[in-house]
Design a protein around this ligand. Structure first.
Ligand code: ATP
Length: 222
């Protein structure tokens, strides 16, 4: 039986003004699998995730998500369709509390599903006990590892089918990196499809199912 593709990227090109950061990237991710995108600084990994998440527009190429052409759709529409990004350096809201950050992750569902959202926050607290302990602490005062957990939990609050993760290990101590990677593996085992961008190739190789290597805006392996 052929496995279902949750994501197909076809010769994607994205630029910053005159600089072409993606020069025709093609790749796919299978449903329920953990697909890793590796590559050095400046390879275009973050640009790729920004383009997939609707933060940047592509110049050419196509993105198919869950069977639908979503090329250059807006981020909030993509979140509603089940695509969530955990950005590099977490980018949690520093002046909002932990709980408010979690609520922000569910903004697309807040109006209609307030009760379910409260239940989902309890689920996040059970999964990440430190977030429960710190629910009224300002996001910006949490440690790097705690902020990474908050960023993951915030993305999960949108109930994603596909989680895009940009270098979750960046700037974290090895022990915390191990914890974050075991959380990623666990989420994937629970059925969430994941596309993980990493510079920490050895850690990614431990948990990934499929691998692509990007360099200078093109994939050179995968
Ligand atoms: P890193 O691992 O260091 O985060 P990366 O693989 O994620 O690198 P990108 O951040 O996607 O790489 O950068 C790809 C290219 O696009 C680089 O040449 C970078 O200098 C350029 N670039 C990224 N952001 C911008 C921007 N806002 N304006 C102009 N050029 C940019």
């Amino acid at each position: 039986m052929e496995e279902k593709k949750i994501l197909e990227v076809e010769v994607l090109e994205t630029s910053y003004d005159m600089i072409k950061a993606l020069k025709g990237v093609s790749l796919s991710a299978l449903s329920g699998k953990l697909t890793c995108i590796l590559g050095p600084n400046g390879a275009g990994k973050s640009t790729l995730l920004f383009t997939l998440a609707g933060i940047l527009n592509s110049d050419r190429g196509k993105v198919i998500f869950d069977g639908e052409d979503i090329t250059n759709q807006k981020t909030n529409d993509l979140v509603k369709k089940g695509l969530a990004l955990v950005p590099e350096n977490r980018l949690i809201f520093p002046h909002l509390t932990v709980k408010e950050n979690l609520l922000a992750g569910a903004y697309a569902r807040l109006a209609k599903e307030r009760d379910t959202v409260e239940k989902d926050i309890s689920t996040m607290y059970a999964r990440f006990p430190v977030l429960k302990e710190r629910s009224s602490q300002l996001g910006g005062t949490m440690s790097g590892g705690e902020q990474q957990m908050l960023a993951v939990a915030r993305a999960l609050m949108s109930k994603p089918k596909l989680l895009l993760m940009d270098e979750p290990s960046v700037g974290l101590a090895p022990m915390i990196v191990n914890e974050i990677f075991s959380i990623i593996k666990q989420l994937n085992a629970e059925g969430i499809s994941i596309v993980l961008v990493e510079q920490n190739a050895s850690k990614a190789l431990e948990i990934g199912d499929y691998f692509y290597l990007l360099d200078q805006g093109k994939q050179i392996f995968g």
